[in-house]
Ligand binder design. Structure first.
Ligand code: C2E
Ligand code: CA
Ligand code: CA
Ligand code: CA
Length: 277
């Protein structure tokens, strides 16, 4: 009896979830045509001098009834359905439009980082397609950094390396996102044509009370440097974390401590030339 109840319980749970996912998907598709999305930008700084070197674009969904929905609640659904490809196209196009505004406002020496879903990364026509969007907006690939996760590259490493090399040859910068959480070993870093490693937030948030996280963070920084890669620490929330990362010679910092994700207009207000002096 217990067994049957348990099964029935999970089944209705699953049905409810499927139903929710279907609703999310319908709403997502509709929102895409109505432009209910927005990119927020989180500043990326050098670890010591606090020089602004770029921003990570993070998608926000303004649901007509439910208000703002964070990406964790819809990216996975979009990935399962394939809608992520269209969403990803919108992200790149929007980033292109807003980069021009950043440059016009005097925010130079600056790159915008966008997140590439594993589903997008495996598209055969990914490079062609992205170059077409860049051309439509008259933006150079040198201004864009692509953040790729280990999950996107590990199931077919050779193919992934080819894709990454082609993207880099076309001018894009490549960063390995959420590093340390996936399956890839440090030794793979040597084979990947990437320029930057982003240490996952989980290690940074544990820095103050977990010696293992300290060791791992230090090891990632040293290993990356010995391979000629730059290192960024994400999710930095405290001065203590920043000081540790400075002492360990991490290159870049991103986190609430140095700046939260904000709308493009606010980003320009905070970081345009006139505000610097
Ligand atoms: P991610 O790529 O690891 O992005 C960093 C996430 O950490 C962002 O969450 C950011 O707001 C948050 N964050 C930054 N600094 C701090 C900090 O100091 N403390 C804490 N607690 N959090 C911090 P967000 O914007 O909710 O995005 C979540 C995830 O959704 C992203 O993780 C990324 O995987 C995905 N995502 C966001 N935008 C896009 C997109 O345009 N395309 C795709 N494919 N995925 C996206
Ligand atoms: Ca990211
Ligand atoms: Ca990340
Ligand atoms: Ca993450």
């Amino acid at each position: 009896d217990d067994g049957r109840n348990t099964v029935r319980f999970f089944t209705s749970e699953m049905n409810a979830r499927l139903q929710r996912n279907k609703e999310v998907l319908t709403d997502l598709a509709e929102s895409l045509t109505k432009e209910h999305f927005e990119l927020y930008y989180q500043p990326l700084f050098t670890i010591d001098q606090n020089i602004l070197v770029g921003a990570e674009a993070l998608i926000r969904w303004h649901h007509p009834e439910k208000g703002m929905i964070p990406p964790d609640q819809f990216i996975a659904v979009a990935e399962k359905s394939g809608l992520i490809n269209e969403l990803g196209d919108w992200v790149l196009a929007q980033a292109c439009r807003e980069i021009k505004n950043f440059l016009n406002a005097g925010i130079t020496v600056f790159k915008v980082a966008i997140n590439i879903s594993p589903v997008q990364f495996r598209r055969k026509d990914l490079l062609q397609h992205m170059l077409m969007i860049l051309a439509q907006h008259d933006v150079s690939a040198e201004l864009i950094e692509l953040e790729i996760t280990e999950g996107a590259v590990m199931d077919n490493v050779d193919q992934a390396i080819e894709t990454m090399q082609a993207l880099h040859d076309a001018g894009f910068q490549l960063a390995m996102d959420d590093f340390g959480t996936g399956y890839s070993s440090l030794s793979y870093l040597k084979r990947f044509p990437i320029q930057k490693v982003k240490i996952d937030r989980s290690f940074i948030s544990d820095l103050e009370n977990d010696d293992d996280s300290k060791s791992i963070t230090t090891a990632i920084i040293q290993m990356s440097h010995s391979l000629g890669l730059h290192v960024l620490a994400e999710g930095v929330e405290t001065e203590e974390q920043l000081h540790y990362l400075q002492a360990e010679k991490c290159d870049y910092v991103q986190g609430y401590y140095t700046g939260r994700p904000i709308p493009a207009s606010e980003f320009i207000k905070n970081f345009s030339e006139s505000k610097k002096g």
